[in-house]
Design a protein around this ligand. Structure first.
Ligand code: GLA
Length: 462
């Protein structure tokens, strides 16, 4: 009897041991998730990752190349027991990558995702002096590199003029081709300034993008005060569009026909004087009038754009813009979509921008990143342009250019930067943006020197 119990006991212990082994073998160690680095400074950063159950430690790789062909000394599978590691001894202003694997007594997991960081570095890191349009024009599928300008900047030999001719292949008038600038009274047009802009582009082989025929923030006083009927109001708008498109036929390659017709809340039409006076079909009417005028003037290749902002982050707005696009496409009057992209160093994310642009690709539209600038002080939390923000901005410019350059050739049109020098950007002065402090959103500093953002633009083309 005793022997029988003993045998049973031995069996039980044996079985238990077997099943335990089986379990361990069956459960594969999960792959850790690497998180964005913290505390980035001149010579290092804190790498971070998530906990993996059953792991005893983590193997951290740090490399200066994205494919981890080589490793930073001491960071080739460095064993770490914590969920973060302060990486030290790096070079300033340099891009690094890290990834981790989890380790248990018996297993090593797959590699995590790869995190990219740029150490802040001290200032004075030389920027790439290459010219933007020169590099873009070497691409298999180039696009226009645009700049928002004012007529007063176009004096021959001025720094603006030299930079424009060297680096940019397209111009948009920052405000001087809007309705309140051109139309001084019903049927009265002041062409002087707008003509100067268009002539400059035409004479220097620089594309001219017309901005913008209809915008609620540039309605001339006489039209605001217009006392005629709604039908007469619409006739005034039709006359304006027809006369302006005819005047610049063959000289202006594209027009923003309507700017910002969609509200920020709830994806409805913005309640503008045009909506009130002309009804919800006004956008389509304006496009049709522009198209008819171009064709009547013999310009069959004029590109007509709808232009708006914040569609990558505001999905209700994005949906409404694309429903307007569908309507315009049904009438065959739209060629492209302008995405203003008044962005910040944090937003929108790469994925948000890609989703937004892909919808335009799916509709077969030309895409104009039409007013790009990247704020670094939207919370008004810095009083000088720090290295950290400088490099974050550089990465965001690089990301935008990379996204744009990856678009199919047929969808590319232009990527336009909204102003040249930081100190002349509209951003710090905008009451709408409501951060009246300093900001440095562009590619050149107040002395016309290229910034890291400019180098970022170039790197985005690689
Ligand atoms: C909007 C308009 C532009 C310009 C900016 C501010 O984005 O489309 O024309 O007025 O605001 O500079």
């Amino acid at each position: 009897m005793k022997i029988k119990y003993l045998l049973m006991l031995i069996c039980l212990v044996f079985l238990n041991a077997c099943s335990k082994d089986d379990n361990e073998e069956a459960s594969i160690l999960e792959t850790p998730v690497a998180n964005p680095a913290k505390d980035i400074n001149d010579n290092g950063f804190k790498a971070k990752w998530n906990y993996v159950s059953n792991s005893k430690s983590y193997l951290l790789d740090v490399s200066a190349s994205e494919d981890f062909a080589t490793f930073i000394p001491n960071y080739n599978a460095k064993e770490v027991t914590d969920l973060n590691e302060v990486v030290v001894g790096l070079t300033g202003g340099t891009q690094y990558f890290y990834r981790v694997r989890a380790k248990s007594d018996t297993q090593i997991s797959d590699y995590s995702n790869v995190i990219s960081i740029v150490t802040t570095g001290s200032s004075g890191i030389p920027e790439d002096p290459a010219f933007l349009k020169v590099k873009v024009n070497q691409l298999a599928n180039p696009f226009f590199v645009g700049m928002a300008i004012k007529a007063s900047q176009l004096t021959n030999g001025s720094p603006y003029d030299v930079i424009l001719k060297n680096e940019f292949s397209s111009i948009s008038a920052e405000y001087e081709m809007k309705m309140d600038q051109i139309s001084t009274a019903s049927g009265v047009y002041n062409w002087t300034t707008a003509d100067k802009i268009v002539a400059y582009g035409n004479a220097n082989n620089i594309n001219v993008h017309g901005h913008a025929l209809v915008w609620h923030n540039a309605v001339p006083q006489w039209l605001k005060d217009f006392s005629g009927t709604d039908a007469e109001f619409a006739a005034e708008v039709k006359k304006y569009i027809t006369v302006v498109v005819t005047h610049y036929a063959g000289k202006v390659k594209s027009w923003d026909v309507v700017n910002e017709a969609v509200d920020d809340n709830g994806g409805t039409m913005r309640n503008t004087i045009f909506l009130q006076r002309m009804g919800p079909n006004y956008v389509k009417d304006c496009f049709q009038w522009a198209r008819n005028a171009a064709i009547a003037a013999g310009d069959t290749s004029l590109l007509l754009f709808y232009n708006d902002y914040a569609t990558s982050t505001n999905i209700a707005k994005q949906d409404k813009v694309f429903s307007i696009v569908d309507d315009l496409k049904t009438s065959n009057v739209i060629d492209g979509l302008g995405f203003q992209m008044h962005n910040t160093y944090l937003s929108p994310t790469k994925a948000q921008i890609e989703t937004d642009l892909k919808r335009a690709v799916a509709k077969g539209l030309k895409i104009h990143v039409s007013e790009l600038d990247i704020q670094v002080n939207q919370f008004n939390d810095i009083s000088s342009f720090t290295n950290e923000r400088r490099l974050a901005q550089k990465e965001k410019y690089k990301e935008m250019v990379k996204i744009y350059n990856s678009l199919p050739a047929a969808n590319k049109y232009a990527l336009t930067i909204w102003g040249m020098k930081d100190n002349e950007s509209w951003i710090p002065y905008s009451t709408e943006l409501n951060h009246p402090g300093n900001d440095w959103p562009l590619l050149y500093d107040s002395n016309f020197a290229v910034k890291s953002s400019h180098t970022g633009f170039l790197e985005g083309l690689n």
